[in-house]
Write a protein that binds this ligand. Structure first.
Ligand code: 13P
Length: 319
């Protein structure tokens, strides 16, 4: 069942976070539904601008509609990740998405407000909610290269009031990709909880979103490297930071890189161990299961595992 992102945030706020997982193809979509259902978790499917361009934007939409029919007990929202204005409007008008993200964080504060405001007006008229971004995450998100600049809590309050956005991606120390933290003596690797706490104080009840949330497990990197990869110094967000962040108002946790790492590990190991094979379905089947397993683990860490019946009940009461 496709629900609104707002409905999910309402149940999750201050208690647990909803996993927002990026998908690009059939195998990821299948593993996504299996993993979330096995762990009985509500979830958010994220489609990025790049994913819409990878083939034809209608492919993923069709796959998700079919999956919704095959797995009627699933409860999820469909979200555009890192949209520009044109992509946001296209998604809003398509009638398929639950919410969109307008990322104008590279613009000045005033310009970011103006662009976000425009998207909010059109989205709200069609019943969609809007995620905006303030501050700059580091790393590379498809074509967006960012240099870390933490969100200023006072600016966040003004931004939310002026733009009318429904949730805010905050820069709290994370970055996109597999190389998030550089180990330096005496430096704590992890989230800036003081920023999250201040934003929650200034905007009580307002959902925050955490981008760049892959934990880049060392065991995964070691296996990739042992199977011919070369990913030195990769590091991610400590898993023990997720639930404390959720309790302080982070409702949505974006995870893309960790899924790519599972894909890379599975395929590198598969062809190393079976050099004679060439059927794409053989590693594909392994990937689906491994990706599903990863999601079950993530949902446990985020506190969303086992919440499906509760969420279904709350949504029915609200309708
Ligand atoms: P990761 O690169 O840490 O998975 O973050 C993904 C993300 O934030 C997508 O918007």
């Amino acid at each position: 069942m496709i629900v609104t992102t707002k409905q999910l945030f309402k149940v999750a706020y201050g208690r647990f976070a909803i996993g927002a997982y990026n998908i690009n193809n059939l195998e990821q979509a299948y593993g996504l539904f299996l993993g979330n259902l096995r762990s009985k978790a509500p979830f958010i499917i994220q489609i990025s601008k790049g994913a819409r361009k990878y083939t034809d934007k209608r492919f993923l939409e069709a796959i998700i509609r079919v999956a919704d029919g095959i797995f009627p007990e699933a409860i999820f929202a469909v979200h555009l990740d890192h949209g520009d204005e044109a992509t946001c409007y296209d998604c809003i008008d398509s009638g398929f998405y639950s919410s969109v993200m307008i990322d104008a964080s590279h613009e000045s504060f005033e310009k970011n407000v103006e662009i976000t405001r425009g998207v909010v007006e059109r989205a709200h008229a069609r019943g969609l909610s809007v995620e905006a971004e303030l501050g700059m995450l580091g790393g590379v998100e498809e074509d967006i290269v960012g240099h870390v600049c933490l969100t200023d809590p006072d600016e966040a309050k003004r931004f939310v009031e002026k733009s009318g956005c429904d949730s805010l991606a905050v820069a709290i120390g994370t970055s996109h990709g597999a190389y998030k933290f550089k180990a330096e003596p005496g430096k704590k690797l992890g989230l800036h909880f003081e920023v999250i706490e201040k934003i929650q104080q200034l905007l009580p009840g307002f959902p925050m979103v955490m981008h760049g949330s892959s934990s880049v497990p060392k065991a995964e990197i070691d296996r990739i490297n042992a199977a011919g990869g070369s990913m030195k110094d990769a590091s991610g967000v400590p898993e023990e930071d997720f639930l404390p962040a959720a309790k302080k108002g982070v409702c949505k946790v974006n995870i893309d890189t960790d899924g790519r790492l599972v894909w890379t590990r599975v395929h590198r190991e598969f062809f190393r161990d079976h050099p004679e094979k060439f059927d794409l379905r053989d590693p594909g089947k392994v990937f689906v299961e491994e990706y599903a397993k990863m999601l079950e683990h993530k949902n446990t860490i985020l506190g969303s595992a086992g919440r499906l019946d509760e969420v279904r009940g709350r949504i029915q009461v609200d309708q």
